[in-house]
Design a protein. Structure first.
Lengths: 191, 225
C-alpha cells in the first residue's frame, strides 16, 4: 500500500484539488516548513512568515487548478506564491521597524564580532550572515535565499521568480559579491 | 583559462554545482583565484550553517488550523461549467418573467413620464436591492468606484462598469423608455455574458442592474461591485 509520503507533490496537489483532505494535509505538512523558512529568511520577521505561509496555502486551496506540472515542480509554484506575498508584506510594512527582531539582532551582534569571515560556520557568526542577507536588495536576496539556503537549481529558482535562468545566475553572483563586501566591511568596522 | 573566465564560474565551484577541471587547474596555479574560491567557499559554509540551524523553523500550529479549516469550508469542487451557464440563464429568465407577471397585474407607468417619482417595484424580484426609473434621454449609468487597491489574485476584475446590451431583435433603444432595476444574481450569470468568473465562487451572488423596456423584456445588464 502506498503511503502519502511516497506520493509526489503534484499528485498530492491534484488530489487536494479534487477535495481529498488527506492529500492536502500531507502536502501542507511536507512543504509548510520550506515556505515558512523562505518567508522568514526573506523578511526576518516571524509575523510575516506566518502570514505568508497561511496565504500561500489559502491560495493553493483557491487556485490550485492553475498549477501546471509541465512548467515545473510544485515547490517552485509554492515559492512563487510565497515570494509575491513576501514582497507585498515588505512593501506594506516598509514604514515600520520590527522592534523585537531588531533587539534580537542587537544582542547577537556583539557575539558576531569575533571573526566574520574566518569561520562562518560557527554559531555566533551565523547571525552576521543572516543580517547581511537581510540587508541585500530584495531582487538579490530572493535569489540567494532560494539557491544558497534552499538549494534550488537555477531552473527551479527561475520558475519561482518568473525570470530567466541567466538572470538567476547573474543575480546570485552579484548577491554573493555584495554579501562578501558587507561581511568584510563589518569585520573591518569591528577590527 | 584565465582569471576572468574562472571568476564567472567561481560561485558554481564554491557551491559545488560545477566541477570544471580547467578552472580548478587554473585555481591551483593562481593565488588570487585560489583566495577568491576560498572566500566563496567560506561564504557557502556560512550560508549552509544558517540553513541547517533554521531547518527546525516551522509554521505554528495556529496557521495549520486556519488553513485546514479553510480547506474544509471551501466550496465543493465543480466538474464543469455548463450547469453554471444554465443556472445563470435561468436566474435571469426567472427575474424577467417575474417582472413581467408583476407589471401585467399591477401596471406601472412607463418611465418616459417627465420627472416621475421613484417607483418601487422590486418586491417580487429575485432579490432586489433598489431600483429607480430611467429617464429615456439620460439613462443613468452608475460607474463602479475607482479601485484604490489591486484586485485580489482570484478575481481579476470580472465586473464590468458598462451595460451589456441584450438583443431582442426589435430595435429597441433607451429612447423608447424603460427602467433599471437592481437585482442579485448568481455569480455564474457572469458566464452567460462572457465575463470571467471564479468557479469556486459560483454560488455567491453578485449585484446587477438590469435595464428593462416597458414591455418587461431584458434589454441590457450591468454587473456592479
Amino acid at each position: 500500500m502506498t503511503g502519502e509520503s511516497d506520493i509526489d507533490d503534484s499528485d498530492l496537489l491534484a488530489r487536494a484539488v479534487d477535495g481529498d483532505e488527506e492529500s492536502f494535509t500531507a502536502l501542507y505538512r511536507r512543504r509548510q516548513g520550506a515556505v515558512y523558512r523562505f518567508a522568514l529568511q526573506m523578511s526576518g520577521r516571524r509575523g510575516i512568515a506566518e502570514e505568508v505561509t497561511q496565504e500561500v496555502f489559502l491560495a493553493v486551496i483557491r487556485e490550485a487548478g492553475r498549477f501546471d506540472a509541465r512548467r515545473g515542480p510544485v515547490l517552485s509554484y509554492l515559492y512563487g506564491i510565497a515570494r509575491n506575498h513576501v514582497l507585498r508584506c515588505l512593501e506594506r510594512d516598509r514604514p515600520y521597524v520590527a522592534i523585537e527582531e531588531e533587539q534580537e539582532g542587537e544582542i547577537s551582534k556583539w557575539a558576531a564580532v569575533e571573526d566574520t569571515l574566518g569561520d562562518l560556520t560557527r554559531g555566533e557568526t551565523i547571525e552576521s550572515v543572516r543580517r547581511a542577507v537581510l540587508a541585500l536588495p530584495t531582487a538579490f536576496r530572493e535569489v540567494d535565499v532560494l539557491c544558497d539556503l534552499h538549494e534550488m537549481s537555477y531552473a527551479d529558482a527561475a520558475l519561482a521568480l518568473d525570470c530567466a535562468v541567466g538572470t538567476v545566475r547573474s543575480r546570485l553572483h552579484r548577491a554573493r559579491g555584495m554579501l562578501l563586501e558587507k561581511l568584510k566591511a563589518k569585520k573591518r568596522a569591528f577590527a | 583559462m584565465n582569471c576572468q573566465e574562472v571568476d564567472g564560474r567561481i560561485v558554481d565551484l564554491a557551491r559545488g554545482v560545477e566541477m570544471d577541471e580547467a578552472a580548478l587547474a587554473h585555481i591551483k596555479e593562481c593565488g588570487r583565484c585560489g583566495a577568491r574560491l576560498a572566500e566563496e567557499e567560506r561564504l557557502s559554509a556560512g550560508l549552509s550553517a544558517w540553513a541547517k540551524t533554521s531547518i527546525v523553523e516551522q509554521a505554528p500550529a495556529v496557521v495549520e488550523e486556519k488553513v485546514f479549516e479553510a480547506f474544509r469550508r471551501r466550496a465543493p469542487v465543480q466538474t464543469g461549467r455548463r450547469w453554471m451557464v444554465f443556472a445563470g440563464a435561468g436566474a435571469i429568465a426567472a427575474s424577467v418573467l417575474l417582472f413581467r407577471l408583476f407589471t401585467a397585474e399591477n401596471p406601472v407607468r412607463p418611465a418616459v413620464v417627465i420627472a416621475p417619482a421613484p417607483q418601487r417595484v422590486a418586491t417580487v424580484l429575485a432579490d432586489p436591492v433598489e431600483q429607480a426609473p430611467v429617464a429615456p434621454r439620460k439613462a443613468r449609468i452608475r460607474r463602479a468606484p475607482r479601485r484604490t487597491h489591486p484586485a485580489p489574485d482570484t478575481e481579476p476584475a470580472p465586473l464590468e462598469a458598462h451595460f451589456l446590451p441584450v438583443a431582442q431583435g426589435d430595435g429597441w433603444t433607451p429612447l423608447d423608455g424603460g427602467r433599471v432595476v437592481r437585482v442579485k444574481l448568481p455569480r455564474s450569470a457572469l458566464l452567460v455574458f462572457g465575463l470571467p468568473m471564479n468557479e469556486e465562487r459560483a454560488l455567491e451572488q453578485v449585484q446587477a442592474d438590469v435595464m428593462l423596456s416597458n414591455d418587461g423584456l431584458l434589454r441590457a445588464i450591468r454587473f456592479v461591485q
